[in-house]
Design a protein around this ligand. Structure first.
Ligand code: TPP
Length: 530
């Protein structure tokens, strides 16, 4: 069989449903093979960066790798930001790129770049297929590497001359990723550390959601009765009204949650990725750590590990839950919960005549969302507000990129989310800066017949950078710009565009959009009072 037919067969074998990308001469054989697949839909996008973001968000939500495709040179470099984002956010993604034939890679050669080398620092594995006979092995390994803790991105490059070669069909059988449990001595030692502590604090990281260990952690917490805080990407593990929920930490400024970390005498750090915030930022007093994670701890003076439970989080908590752990109920001093709620503007009383602030808008969104609603944040001042104010009703239903934190993820991300969870409402919230980076993917969404809501917080500025420039230099040079008419822009794509004038109109438009489950709607929140 033809090499690219086998490649497609191997992808089908891995359960791939969608490949997002843009073709080029060097990928034509692969595209032709894809056109014959009854299982895989090729989603031709408007920019390869969008393809990578779609694969990233699809991968997080579908719990299997998202796949994207680009040609050599410029196609591959356009993928790089989205692939880096998936890798740093630990989302499983496979990128496939075309390449010049092996015969023309040594001289100065049209559009030839060493893509494998470029992607090495941005992936877990970056590999060129050098022999078409190795396709099955490489694809199987790629899917395993992308999914194994910590998940991330893999790049596979197929040189043009290998694509049409004839080879035997031999996809490898798919087997589950093995799971490990900490040894019993480690569990026993962890139990003794917890029992000796007076004020343990659970720090919840995104690994808990990735490893689907939410229920097991909640059972553990019901027994322990000690408070917990979330990283940005772990929001939603404890419900808003859970008595042990002390919300979200990891902010650069005004992190009012930090006193609870300082007051604790043992931090149970569960599935936390340093890429979200280095411990020196949040563990300034160097509180002792019980590290609970699929991977051993990265040692650090601000991460003084006293014990490690290394293994699958579900299995680890099942093991801990089978033991008697002493309850350690404690409440941080100074009415901290109320202070956090006030500072983060959680549970705002929103009335129709109030200003169109991000927090008021987020409160309305929260009031109208269900456990199924997926909210995707772009990157900017609004992301900070979302991380503080918005409380998702279920873990994994608020997508925040907090690894690479690249602007432009929200609109293509919404496409990936809708394809992973077609029955669930999707709302993406973006600044005007990030919106225009990948707004062209509205055409892709419209073509696919998808429905979701795009909320553009329109302030004609790179607000986050403006705030930082002001704080540091009392200057806002380079942070403002003009905008298109977002309503007309939406309409030019053939989708609905609305511009509410106040909070009442915003609420009405959002309700309408949520009810129109077959439509794409852009809500231009103009003149934001951030
Ligand atoms: C691709 C990319 N470029 C630059 C940055 C640096 N950056 C972080 S936030 C931000 C401003 C975002 O502006 P906007 O999208 O309008 O959102 P706002 O801050 O106004 O809420 C910038 C430039 C980034 N994170 N990603």
């Amino acid at each position: 069989m033809k090499a690219t037919d086998l490649l497609v067969q191997c992808l089908e074998n891995e359960g791939v449903e969608y490949i997002y990308g843009i073709m080029g001469k060097e990928t034509l054989d692969l595209i032709d093979s894809l056109s014959k697949s009854k299982q895989i839909k090729f989603v031709n996008v408007r920019h390869e960066q969008g393809a990578a973001f779609m694969a990233d968000i699809y991968g997080r939500l579908a719990k299997k790798p998202g796949v994207c495709l680009a040609t050599l040179g410029p196609g591959a470099t356009n993928l790089l930001t989205g692939i880096s984002s998936a890798n740093l956010d630990h989302s499983p993604v496979i990128a496939i790129t075309g390449q010049a034939g092996l015969e023309r890679q040594h001289p100065e050669s049209h559009q030839y770049l060493d893509v494998v080398k470029i992607f090495e620092p941005a992936t877990k594995w970056s590999v060129q297929i050098k022999d078409s006979q190795t396709i099955s092995t490489i694809i199987r390994k790629a899917f395993r590497v992308a999914q194994m803790e910590k998940p991330g991105a893999v790049l596979i490059e197929l040189p043009e001359n290998l694509a049409p070669q004839m080879i035997p069909s031999n996809p490898l059988p798919v087997s589950p990723i093995p799971k490990s449990t900490p040894i019993s001595q480690a569990i026993e030692y962890a139990r003794s550390l917890i029992n000796q502590s007076n004020k343990p604090l659970v720090i919840i990281g995104n690994g808990v959601i990735r490893q689907e260990a939410v229920d097991e952690l909640l059972t553990f917490m019901e027994n322990l009765k000690a408070p917990a805080v979330h990283s940005f990407m772990a929001k939603g593990v404890l419900s808003k009204d859970h008595p042990l929920n002390y919300f979200t930490f990891g902010f650069t400024k005004q992190d009012v949650v930090l006193p609870i970390i300082e007051e604790s005498d043992l931090l149970l750090v569960v599935g936390f990725d340093f890429v979200e915030k280095l411990p020196k930022e949040w563990n300034k007093k160097q509180r002792p750590v019980l590290h609970i994670d699929p991977l051993p701890a990265e040692m650090n003076e601000h991460y003084p590990v006293k014990g490690e439970l290394v293994g699958d989080l579900k299995e680890t908590f099942n093991a801990l839950n089978s033991l008697e752990i002493q309850s350690k109920p404690w409440v941080p001093s100074g009415n901290l919960k109320e202070q956090i709620k006030a500072a983060y503007q959680i549970d705002l009383e929103v009335k129709g005549n109030q200003a169109l602030t991000v927090e008021n808008i987020l409160t309305i969104i929260e009031n109208l969302t269900t456990e199924k609603t997926i909210v995707i944040s772009d990157v900017g001042a609004h992301k900070v507000s979302i991380a503080r104010t918005y409380q998702p009703k279920q873990a994994g239903r608020l997508i925040i990129s907090n690894g690479l934190a690249s602007m432009g993820i929200a609109v293509p991300g919404a496409i990936g989310a809708k394809l992973a969870c077609p029955d669930d409402p999707v709302i993406c919230i973006t600044g005007d800066g990030g919106a225009l980076m990948n707004i062209s993917e509205i055409e892709t969404a419209k073509r696919l017949g998808l429905s979701f809501i795009i909320i553009v917080l329109n302030n004609s500025a790179l607000k986050l950078e403006e705030q930082m420039m002001q704080d540091k230099f009392a200057n806002s040079f380079g942070t403002s710009f003009g905008n298109p008419d977002f309503v007309k822009l939406a309409e030019s794509f053939g989708i609905k565009g609305v511009r509410p004038n106040d909070l009442i109109e915003f609420e009405t438009e959002l309700k309408n959009a949520l009810n129109q489950s077959h439509e794409l709607t852009l809500i231009d929140v103009h003149g934001m009072n951030v």
